[in-house]
Design a protein around this ligand. Structure first.
Ligand SMILES: *[C@@H]1O[C@H](CO)[C@@H](O)[C@H](O)[C@H]1NC(C)=O
Ligand SMILES: *[C@@H]1O[C@H](CO)[C@@H](O)[C@H](O)[C@H]1NC(C)=O
Ligand SMILES: *[C@@H]1O[C@H](CO)[C@@H](O)[C@H](O)[C@H]1NC(C)=O
Ligand SMILES: *[C@@H]1O[C@H](CO)[C@@H](O)[C@H](O)[C@H]1NC(C)=O
Length: 213
């Protein structure tokens, strides 16, 4: 993994790209754990996620059993196709419904990403001791940064680094299974159903990534 990160940083900082005809793949349905760590070392969030790749829905709940004083208490349901998301507080059954201004997120390679290369982390020749990933890069939606994403040959995201002028962080996915274990997590919770859509203040951008910036 570290070799791949180093390579990723190196490739992302150099402007050369391979002339290529690669098309970004799309991840399947997934359940697993996601961690978001700033490049300064702060753990921003760690918790379980559920992703519907066709329906373009993502639930992410940060796990308060792993408290660090920099982590955010988050429970997000993002409906990318509808362009809205919910911030859920299950403790007091409250919910906020907001508009998404940007749908970029770390579980899917954006269609306009550029293929960089294929790398073997660990050993390519010893069974079970290596992982082969393809590395993609592109601009963040506001053009004030870029990302570098690596996915397995089956298109499971391993990690994505976001280098942004306001903050840089790495998102990594672990214990991924290619099914939706609990579909109820992708249904809008009852406390959210009657919620009016909140107005987005002028100058605010709502997106999955902005939750960590
Ligand atoms: C992914 O999950 C959705 C929602 O549960 C389901 O409708 C869809 O068929 C699943 N896709 C695959 C390829 O299993
Ligand atoms: C939080 O982590 C604990 C310990 O790993 C686990 O038992 C629990 O189900 C997790 N909760 C959530 C909401 O992910
Ligand atoms: C977080 O913890 C570190 C070390 O324990 C401490 O130096 C820092 O002030 C804490 N930050 C906050 C916001 O409490
Ligand atoms: C629910 O709790 C959160 C913080 O714990 C608070 O910000 C929010 O205002 C509360 N909502 C209601 C409706 O009490």
């Amino acid at each position: 993994m570290y070799a791949a990160i180093t390579l990723c940083v190196f490739m992302c900082l150099t402007a050369t790209t391979h002339a290529d005809h690669h098309q970004p793949c799309h991840a399947p349905n997934m359940t697993g754990f996601m961690s978001v760590i700033s490049l300064k070392g702060d753990v921003k969030a760690f918790g379980a996620f559920t992703y519907d790749s066709m329906g373009k829905k993502l639930r992410f709940r940060s796990n308060e059993s792993y408290p660090t004083n920099t982590s955010l208490g988050l429970d997000l349901l993002m409906l990318f196709d509808e362009g809205i998301f919910y911030e859920i507080d299950s403790k007091n059954q409250s919910c906020e419904k907001k508009t998404l201004q940007c749908t970029q997120h770390p579980l899917d390679i954006p269609d306009d990403a550029t293929f960089m290369s294929t790398v073997n982390s660990g050993s390519p020749s010893i069974e079970g001791e290596g992982i082969k990933v393809s590395v993609w890069r592109g601009a963040m939606a506001d053009m004030k940064g870029h990302y570098c994403m690596s996915v397995t040959m089956g298109c499971l995201p391993v990690y994505t680094m976001y280098f942004h002028e306001s903050s840089s962080f790495i998102v990594s996915l672990t214990e991924v299974e290619i099914e939706i274990k609990d579909p109820d997590l992708l249904a809008v919770p009852s406390c959210c159903l009657a919620q009016p859509l909140e107005e987005t203040p002028e100058g605010t951008v709502n997106s999955f990534l902005n939750e960590f910036m």
